[in-house]
Each structure stands twice: as structure tokens, then as C-alpha cells.
Design a protein around this ligand. Structure first.
Ligand code: FAD
Length: 479
């Protein structure tokens, strides 16, 4: 019997596996870790559940709800309210983000920056144009081949170039308008404006948390994957592939546990560096490998986890705490500037409000800071000391953003970019690879007809983006 293999069980692999199984394929989901879920996984400290890579999303009531319906998971994955704001530490400006669609955002910003009202309107109009030209956002009308490919006038512009063209030069506006760049990790000075819009739009229009976070997703996926007979192999990876070169397909795969499978198709929801060595050079030529070597990771995060005394917070809230009023610094390696996202959660199945604060940090910068290479970090005193120092600095950000938390916030753990790297090898970037203008990534079908690249390294980042990527790839096959 032929099998469809899905490699990697983060949100991308889970979505791809379930879609393939729903279409009647015999699916095997292969995961290197002892557990499935990738960055969806939560962990427990002091009896409280903390999320790792899912704190909020967008798209409930729209494309996310459509996808959850199609995956039969809408009953289990429910939105929870979350407010949001931006705090610019150097100017002291704090702005509530209205979280009620682009029109409300336009009105709010126009009141604050009346001289730039027309430019703000033009920015949001450009964003609407891109969204209207993104067929995958409308799953009902989606046609095979449509995916994200339709060009707009904006495709040749970076986010910063678009802001320049609209004469938006106020640092505050240049930071606030594209603030959700921090949720795809590619900097405004190199990122195509349409890519930014496609990643950011749903969060700008309707930011929500997910009740019970990653637990809700993983529980629902486990139920649906079992219902559709998907076989799961944990502690396993792909060991080797065999090809029918005349037909241009992969016909056999061996896992690290020794199992052999006849292959119908393979979906790689992992970094390309994890699967490229399995393809002979004559099949994946050097030029493609060079392209992969040139890919740059997005930022990773240094994260602290804590909880609040009862009553210290009554609503869930995301605060973008910007050390400086400038967005590019935190999203390029080697810069001193940083941004810290602070999420207070009150509706997360926990007995106390929890606080997670994550600071943009590149793995290479963290390595320089702690002076301990990834290969030997776990026992190293310098690593633990660096973690302690950074945790104290993040705690200071939390208390600067929320003075009312003073004396009521209790730090319970911290995770470095090395922790991310362990869970999402080989680089541990938060959002996969960057998407600079005119650089094409390894997306969709590989030069072998029945092998596909997906996940945040190949297509779109974030929970919603990764699901969209898996749908975009599965739907054309279905036609
Ligand atoms: C701290 C942090 C906070 C974030 N917050 C948010 C947020 O609030 N909202 C949001 O939308 N996004 C957020 N993100 C981004 C989001 O989590 C990711 O973009 C998304 O989860 C990536 O999913 P994925 O399936 O592509 O990869 P992953 O979740 O990394 O999954 C890849 C899986 O493949 C496995 N694997 C790797 N190599 C192999 C191999 N060779 N063989 C078999 N298995 C392998 C890994 O163990 C892992 O389980 C955050 C990320 C981080 C790090």
C-alpha cells in the first residue's frame, strides 16, 4: 500500500496530515521529538500551563474559522478576547490598538496624527488591495493555482518603500502602522509589502487568543488524526529516500526506526536543511541548494514565563514594548535595539493570570552574549548566568509596561533561543526563513513531482499562515 508521509508535526505538518487523510490517503506523520505539536506545545510550571509558540492569532470569524470547520475542529479551538497596545519606551507614547478592523485603526491613528490622515488612509487602502488580491483568504472561491501568486502594483515595494512613497516619515507612525512585522519576523526595510499584509492583516483586523492555547489545537488534532487513521511515529525521522528517476518521483522511504514505506507523496514541514541531504545532487541541483544556503532565519525569542497574584489582571492583553521607536533594529541580527511582546492571559484554563514576555533575539546574538556554543550549552554556568541576566531585564520591561504588576508578578522560568533551536531545528527561528524582496524560497512542489515543501520556512509563518500554507498546497491536489 502506498503512503503519504508528512515530516514534522508542528501546526503545518498537523494540518497537512489531516487534510491528506480527509482526502482518503494513508498518512504517516513523522516527528523527531517524543511528542507531536512543535511550537504548539505547552508546558507546566507551578501547576500552570504556558504556551510556547501560540499566544494570539487572527482570522476567527473569517479564514481561520473556515479552516477549522474543514478540519472538523471548530468545536475545540475557540477564540478568547485579547486587547492590545503599543508602548514606545523612548517617547513614553502608549497607544491602544483598536482591534476592530482597519477602518477603526485608520480613525484612531488619524486622530493621533491628523497631519498624516490622508497617508494613513492610503496605507490601509493599499493593504486592502493586497488582501483583495490574495485568493487563499477566500477558501470558498479558491481556484487551484491561485494561491498567493496574483501580482499587485505593490509587489516590487518593501514596507519601508511603501511608507516612503506615502510620505510617512514620522518615526511613531512608521513603527505603529507595520507593528505586526514583529509577528512574522521579517524587517520592513527588506520585506515585500504584500507579504507583510498577508501575514499581518488578520491579526490587525481581529486579534484573538485561543482558549487553552496550544492544548486546544493539539487535543483536536489528536482526535481528528485518530478518527482518520493517521499513523504517528514520534522519536523518528526520515533516514533515506529512493527514487524512480525516469518517472521523476520518490517511490520509497525508510524511517530512522527501520520502517519502509512505499510512497505516494511526501510533505516536508521542516527546515529545508533537514531534507535536502536526502536528495541526490542530480535530482536537487546545486543551484537549488545554494538558494537554501542563502536563506536567512527570522528572529528568535528570549522568553520569560510568570504568573500574577489573583486579581492583578482582569483582561488578557498583548503589549508591544518597543525600546526604541524603530522597527528594523529588532528584526536584524547584531543590533542593540529590541522589542518585547508581553502577553497577559486571564482566560487560559489557569487558576492565576499568566504573563509571557518574549524579546526579539537572534540565535547568533545570543551565542555572542552568553559565550557558550549551542552544542555545549546545557551544563554551562555562563549560559545559566546569561539566562538569569536576560530574565531580569525582561522582568524590568514587564514592570515598566505594567507598573501595577510590581510585587504581584512571580517569574517561574525562562527559555532562550537555544531552547527554540532544540524544538525547531536546525536554527530555532520563531517564524522560519525571512522573505526579502526578490528572493524566492523553496515553496510547494520540489523538483521531484510527489515531494512538497511547506511550513513557516517555505510559505507563511505564524499559526494562521502555516495553516493557510498547508491548505494552499492541499487544495490544488484535490481538484
Ligand atoms: C516564542 C514564540 C512565540 C510565538 N508566538 C506566536 C503567536 O503568538 N502567534 C502565532 O501565530 N505564531 C507565533 N509564533 C510562530 C509560530 O509558532 C510558528 O510560525 C509556527 O508554529 C511554525 O509551525 P511549523 O509547523 O512550520 O514548525 P514547528 O512548530 O517548528 O514544527 C516543526 C516540527 O518538525 C519537527 N522536526 C524538525 N526536524 C525534523 C526532522 N528532520 N524529522 C522529523 N521531525 C522534525 C520538530 O521537532 C517540530 O515538532 C511564535 C514563535 C515563537 C518561537
Amino acid at each position: 500500500m502506498k503512503h503519504t508521509l508528512v515530516i514534522g508535526s508542528g501546526i503545518s505538518g498537523l494540518t497537512a496530515a489531516l487534510l491528506q487523510a480527509q482526502r482518503g490517503h494513508h498518512v504517516v506523520l513523522v516527528e523527531k521529538q517524543p511528542f507531536i505539536g512543535g511550537f504548539l506545545n505547552r508546558f507546566t510550571r507551578n501547576g500552570l500551563r504556558f504556551d510556547t509558540g501560540l499566544h494570539f492569532t487572527g482570522g476567527f470569524g473569517h479564514v481561520l474559522s473556515k479552516m477549522l470547520e474543514q478540519l472538523n475542529m471548530a468545536d475545540a479551538v475557540r477564540p478568547a478576547p485579547i486587547a492590545s497596545d503599543v508602548l514606545l519606551a523612548d517617547s513614553g507614547l502608549r497607544l491602544n490598538l483598536p482591534n476592530a478592523g482597519l477602518e477603526t485603526a485608520r480613525e484612531t491613528l488619524s486622530r493621533l496624527f491628523p497631519a498624516q490622515a490622508d497617508a494613513i488612509a492610503a496605507y490601509y487602502a493599499a493593504e486592502q488591495t493586497v488582501v483583495a488580491h490574495t485568493p487563499i483568504f477566500n477558501l470558498d472561491a479558491f481556484e487551484p493555482g491561485d494561491v498567493f501568486s496574483m501580482l499587485t502594483d505593490y509587489d516590487a515595494l518593501t514596507v519601508d518603500e511603501l511608507l516612503d512613497s506615502l510620505n510617512i516619515h514620522t518615526p511613531e507612525l512608521r513603527t505603529i502602522l507595520p507593528i505586526f512585522s514583529l509577528c512574522h519576523g521579517s524587517p520592513p526595510d527588506t520585506t515585500p509589502f504584500p507579504y507583510h499584509c498577508r501575514c499581518a492583516y488578520n491579526m490587525e483586523a481581529n486579534l484573538t487568543a485561543v482558549s487553552h492555547g496550544g492544548d486546544a489545537f493539539i487535543g483536536a488534532f489528536k482526535r481528528e488524526l485518530a478518527r482518520h487513521g493517521v499513523q504517528i511515529r514520534t522519536n523518528a525521522t526520515l533516514e533515506s529516500l529512493r527514487f524512480d528517476e525516469a518517472a521523476g518521483i520518490c517511490n520509497c522511504a525508510t524511517l530512522s526506526n527501520g520502517e519502509d514505506f512505499e510512497v505516494e507523496s511526501i510533505h516536508f514541514a521542516v527546515h529545508p536543511a533537514a531534507f535536502m541531504p536526502l536528495f541526490p545532487e542530480r535530482i536537487l541541483p546545486p543551484r537549488l541548494r545554494r538558494r537554501v544556503q542563502k536563506l536567512r532565519p527570522t528572529c528568535s525569542f528570549f522568553t520569560i514565563y510568570g504568573y500574577l497574584d489573583d486579581g492583578a489582571a482582569t483582561e488578557s492583553r498583548l503589549t508591544f514594548y518597543m525600546r526604541r521607536t524603530e522597527l528594523n533594529g529588532p528584526l536584524h541580527p547584531g543590533q542593540q535595539n529590541y522589542s518585547t511582546g508581553i502577553v497577559t492571559s486571564v482566560d487560559n484554563g489557569n487558576t492565576h493570570p499568566t504573563v509571557t514576555a518574549f524579546r526579539t533575539m537572534f540565535t547568533e546574538d545570543f551565542e555572542k552574549f552568553c559565550g557558550v556554543p549551542y552544542e555545549s550549552y546545557r551544563q554551562a554556568g555562563a549560559y545559566l548566568q546569561a539566562k538569569q541576566e536576560l530574565a531580569a531585564s525582561l522582568e524590568a520591561d514587564v514592570l515598566a509596561a505594567y507598573p501595577a504588576y510590581r510585587g504581584k508578578f512571580h517569574l517561574v522560568d525562562a527559555g532562550s533561543p537555544y531552547t527554540c533551536r532544540r524544538f525547531s531545528p536546525p536554527i530555532g527561528s520563531a517564524y522560519g526563513t525571512q522573505q526579502p524582496l526578490a528572493v524566492s524560497r523553496v515553496v510547494g512542489r520540489l523538483p521531484v513531482q510527489n515531494c512538497y515543501a511547506l511550513g513557516h520556512h517555505a510559505q507563511f509563518p505564524g499559526i494562521l499562515g502555516c495553516m493557510l500554507g498547508a491548505f494552499a498546497q492541499a487544495l490544488p491536489n484535490n481538484s
